[in-house]
Design a protein around this ligand. Structure first.
Ligand SMILES: *Cc1c(COP(=O)(O)O)cnc(C)c1O
Length: 375
């Protein structure tokens, strides 16, 4: 592969920080870099939140569900169009998912559907234990409406902001909302710790509890004392050193990804049948991945044709997430919506979006697609 969908993009500072961590001999799951990463990230998110760095976004979400009271047999409402790591933790907790559709103005979980469904569920005494909207491809969900609707019905709200580090919802940083939020620093995300994630909450108590659970639930005693079970989920001090360096360039990376999205849109947006991910006025997306749909009934382009032609040129592009309610794993699970996510999956493609991609490389991608449109 010559041009990747999204790959790690180091600034150079990470190497120095890792060396510093080595020199201090904190080659362990805790240490000064980990504390620094959490403190600097909390400050980045606005200062009124507490951060707990863990080994993955999936791990962070698992703990967020548990800490918000999700237990075996509970129902959790979540976005159907998401990555599996956003849905698997529901299974870890033994919860029953209900999958929700997106809305056309943002391609994030539909707040209209949520509000209607909560009203109905409240009347029937069937409220979910938690709601987990996903911030898709760098775009925050309509946070105010989710927070208001969940607060009205006393339902926990956990935001899966794994894909939206660096984004804004109005003037709030993505990853700081709800009762808890989670972020991912997997290798393909906008910044990476070579695998990692963050649990974020305004509640210090909940964050302290997450820190406790992520380090094997060791009670305060000289021997190993356990009153509940925990996880080995803490991020290593070495990975955190990479994270500190990456955090320092997060805004720069977001700016570059927005630029890439803008260039694709300017070059391809006027072709019949092509629709780029919308930008509602409350959202400043990072455009982590440049997503668009290519409707073959309305224009000359067809998703698979584009994907395979790019692949022949060693250029990686991928369909949008396959909705969870279409996955064999979730056969028979309840779905609320009208299939916008199914249509986005059918016609949608994520184009190469790495912040280290040059304009020349992007022009090559654009040229291939323009060539197909003209053929
Ligand atoms: C990446 C991702 C996750 C999981 O994060 P990991 O760090 O890979 O475990 C969860 N939800 C969404 C929406 C993601 O994109």
């Amino acid at each position: 592969m010559r041009i990747w969908l999204s790959r790690p993009h180091m600034s150079g500072e990470e190497r120095k920080l890792v060396e510093e961590a080595f020199d201090s001999n904190f080659v362990a799951p805790i240490g000064p870099m980990l504390n620094r990463f959490e403190a600097e990230f909390a400050e980045y998110l606005g200062g009124d939140v507490h951060c707990v760095a863990v080994s993955s976004g999936t791990a962070a979400l698992h703990m967020a569900l548990r800490l918000n009271g999700v237990e075996r047999g509970d129902t959790v409402w979540t976005t159907s169009m998401t990555f599996a790591g956003g849905a698997f933790p529901l299974i870890y907790q033994g919860a029953t998912p209900v999958f929700f559709d997106l809305c056309p103005e943002s391609w994030t979980m539909c707040p209209n559907l949520l509000e209607e469904s909560l009203e109905k569920a409240a009347k029937e005494g069937k409220l979910p234990k938690a709601v987990v909207p996903t911030d898709l491809y760098g775009q925050s969900c309509d946070l105010d409406r989710f927070e208001a609707a969940c607060a009205k019905h006393g339902v926990a709200l956990v935001i899966d902001s794994a894909e939206s580090a660096g984004a804004l919802y109005k003037d709030r940083k993505a990853g700081s909302g709800g009762d808890a939020s989670i972020l991912s620093f997997n290798g393909n995300k906008i910044i990476t710790t070579s695998g990692g994630g963050m649990f974020v909450s305004k509640s210090k108590e909940m964050a302290d509890r997450a820190r406790f659970l992520s380090t094997q639930a060791r009670e305060n005693a000289p021997h190993y004392q356990h009153e509940t079970y925990g996880y080995n989920y803490r991020l290593s001090n070495i990975s955190a050193a990479i994270g500190v360096g990456q955090l320092h360039v997060l805004d720069e990376r977001a700016t570059r990804r927005r630029e890439i999205f803008g260039r694709y849109k300017a070059a391809l947006g006027d072709i019949a049948g092509v629709t780029f991910m919308p930008s509602p006025n409350w959202s400043t997306s990072t455009n982590w991945l440049s997503a668009a749909t290519f409707n073959p009934e309305e224009g000359p382009l067809e998703r698979e044709k584009i994907r395979l032609t790019l692949l022949e040129r060693e250029i990686e592009a991928r369909p949008l997430w396959k909705p969870m309610h279409m996955q064999p794993l979730f056969d028979g699970v309840e779905y609320v919506g009208s299939g916008l996510d199914e249509r986005l999956f059918r016609d949608g493609l994520c184009l190469p979006s790495g912040s280290d991609m040059s304009n020349d490389e992007q022009n090559e991608v654009i040229g291939v697609i323009q060539g197909l449109a003209a053929a």
